[in-house]
Design a protein around this ligand. Structure first.
Ligand code: DP6
Length: 359
């Protein structure tokens, strides 16, 4: 019935006001599988040329007896509970399309191997964007972000380019917990992101289980959602004014606020390492020396640092970072676009005739 291969490119996003914590079953959440956040978050979509891209091809066909997923050339185990949770988003799309037809999903990340950079956001957004097209569904990007969110919270923000807010929403069915673009990728054209890789190790605690533990055990977390909500409002207004001083301050305090709740978790979750700490000190020192915010650091659920700055200061920051020992790799990124549909012939990761991954 379908048999149409769709291929897309999608990019990761970087949260500048973080999402850390899901709503539990109750008045404002009818089902934890909806993956509803405790607070709104704010992100920029990253463009590092070909370095941070996820390319994904999807096809639905009656020939398939079950869903199949290949990631970076390796067939994945569909019995993996986390993968099953993520594929609930695909299930939701199938329901909308009123079909039970199974899919083949083939996805490749261009990220430096084992770089420790998050790929679930670009991966999930690429898969759901491509799958909606392969099913011929004509639904709004808002609806698509609601569905993508079920697979991975941060992924719903990667459906858009530029500056994105994922609204917490109030409804227990999650229909108002969706992402929206506030400015496109050309809006603040001299904004840059310096990405410092400090480790190649896989993190010990996944975001998914880490945030569950934080919500359940951290006392500090009780005040986190209100702080984050306030930060989203303030950063939106700083972005509107292109006020980098305020923008940068909010980025740093929000990241540290989230990491404080991680450390306050029982047992403590410590994602940053000694090199991350040295990066914090180096950036603070540079800001002090210059008497202004030159760079603003942020960390996700891992020790790699992202430093947000203006184009004119990129070299200054890179020079300062030379004093930090142990940084493995530095990449530069700009604010990037949302998913792009690629013309199928040369780009497909799926052999159009045989409907198998291209070898
Ligand atoms: C620290 O989106 O990976 O990067 O919804 O369980 O898939 P799931 O979690 P995920 O968490 C991201 C956490 C973060 C902050 C952020 O991106 O906002």
């Amino acid at each position: 019935m379908f048999d149409k291969v769709i291929t897309v490119n999608a990019r990761p996003n970087l949260a500048l006001v973080k999402y850390w914590g899901k709503r539990r079953q109750g008045e404002d959440c009818q089902d934890p599988a909806l993956n509803l956040p405790q607070n709104s978050s704010f992100s920029i979509t990253l463009d590092a040329g070909n370095e941070l891209l996820t390319k994904t091809s999807v096809v639905f066909s009656e020939k398939f007896e079950e869903d199949m997923f290949y990631l970076n050339g390796k067939k994945q185990d569909m019995n993996d509970p986390e993968l099953q949770e993520r594929f609930l988003a695909l299930e939701k799309l199938r329901k909308l399309a009123r079909t039970k037809t199974k899919a083949l999903v083939v996805s490749n990340n261009s990220f430096p191997t084992a770089s420790g950079l998050a790929s679930s956001a670009s991966g999930l957004s690429a898969m759901i964007f491509a799958a909606s097209k392969a099913l011929g569904l004509e639904i709004s990007m808002e609806k698509l972000s609601e569905i993508t969110r079920i697979g991975s919270g941060s992924a719903c923000r990667s459906l858009f380019g530029g500056f994105v807010v994922w609204d917490r929403g109030e409804k227990p069915d999650g229909s108002d917990s969706v992402a929206r673009q506030i400015f496109d990728e050309n809006y603040w054209s001299d904004l840059r992101i310096v990405i410092c890789l400090t480790t190649q190790e896989k993190k010990k605690v996944s975001s998914r289980s880490g945030m569950k533990q934080t919500v359940a055990t951290s006392n500090l977390y009780k005040v986190r959602p209100a702080i984050a909500e306030e930060n989203v409002r303030s950063i939106e207004s700083a972005a509107k004014k292109k006020d980098f001083e305020t923008f940068g301050k909010i980025i740093m305090t929000d990241a540290m606020n989230m990491h404080a709740t991680m450390m306050d978790t029982r047992p403590p979750i410590i994602y940053i390492n000694d090199i991350s700490k040295e990066i914090i000190y180096a950036v603070e020192e540079l800001n002090e020396e210059e008497g202004r915010i030159v760079g603003a650091y942020t960390f996700d659920a891992g020790p790699n640092a992202c430093i947000i700055c203006l184009e004119k200061d990129v070299n200054k920051i890179i020079r300062k970072l030379e004093s930090v020992e142990g940084i493995r790799n530095v990449m530069k990124a700009k604010v990037g676009k949302g998913p792009e549909l690629l013309s199928d012939d040369q780009n497909s990761l799926i052999d159009m005739k045989e409907l198998v991954p291209v070898s």
